[in-house]
Design a protein around this ligand. Structure first.
Ligand code: OAD
Ligand code: ZN
Length: 248
């Protein structure tokens, strides 16, 4: 049926590229932003704006500690069947790259090699003045212990999570790579994303304009579902392993 048809398009494609969003990580216990129980029902997006960080870094960090708790709790999060299926696709030579909006690092933890992080990573913090980066966990510890905001060991500038905040532009290098990869793809998979945040949300159309087959795998309708060649409104942890199985 439709999964078999998608699998055979993947098998005959020269280049397959996947764009992933929060829906890939919900089965790992990481909540999504939108949809049922989404983060933006519980937190005010404006508190995490870049302008807020600049105006009130201490208050920003206090809210960010709560947000991190809501995302990851105090347990070690683990990749799920969707991440693992993408690893299997790459190892079988059927996936050139993952373009991810996620900042949880789970694609890399699962073993995917070619991952473009469009929105940065929550696993690190960066200095807004000199660009120094270091692992996030110890810095969050220091912030919880009252160092607000935590500062850079090199230049004592303010540290911020190494993610793209609202009101910040996406870093150039990953954005350019993502556009190139999307433009060169024959099959573009948009997986677990509501596709509401630009410029990532424009990548599926970019791929389609250059001739790619577009497949959407998401529980709900997305901004590009109506123009997709395949529109799987289903759980990514079921569809992706089924695609891998169909390819074997
Ligand atoms: P969203 O939360 O907007 O969308 C996640 C989508 O995944 C929703 O449509 C869910 O229905 C769907 N979903 C959830 N679990 C699923 C599952 N198991 N199988 C299939 N679908 C599932 O997340 P993103 O599109 O990633 O930006 O959000 C994009 C950006 O908005 C984020 O990167 C973040 C946010 O504000 C920044 O922080 C800059
Ligand atoms: Zn610095």
């Amino acid at each position: 049926e439709r999964i078999a048809a998608l699998a055979s398009e993947i098998a005959s494609a020269d280049s397959v590229v996947a764009l992933t969003g929060a829906g890939v990580s919900t089965a790992s216990g990481v909540p999504s932003f939108r949809g049922d129980g989404g983060i933006w029902e519980r937190f005010d997006q404006r508190d995490f704006h870049f302008r807020r960080f600049q105006a009130d870094p201490a208050g920003f960090w206090t809210d960010r500690i709560d947000l991190r708790e809501a995302f990851y709790g105090d347990r070690e999060i683990e990749p799920n069947a969707a991440h693992e299926a993408l690893v299997a696709l790459e190892r079988a030579g059927h996936l050139d790259a993952i373009l991810t909006q996620n900042v949880d690092g789970l694609h890399q933890a699962a073993g995917s090699e070619s991952v473009v992080e469009l929105h940065g990573t929550n696993r690190e913090v960066e200095c807004v003045d000199c660009g120094h980066r270091e692992p996030a966990d110890p810095i969050f510890e220091r912030a919880r212990d009252g160092e607000l905001p935590p500062t850079c060991p090199d230049c004592s500038g303010d540290l911020k999570p190494a993610v793209v905040l609202f009101g910040e532009s996406m870093p150039d290098e990953p954005t350019i790579r993502a556009h190139e990869l999307a433009g060169r793809s024959d099959v573009f998979l948009a997986i677990g994303s509501s596709l509401t945040v630009q410029p990532a949300a424009g990548l599926p159309s970019r791929a389609q304009r250059s001739g790619a087959t577009l497949a959407v795998i998401n529980l709900e309708e997305t901004s590009v579902s109506s123009r997709a060649d395949y529109d799987h409104r289903a759980d990514v942890t079921e569809v992706l392993p089924a695609v891998v199985e169909a390819l074997e």
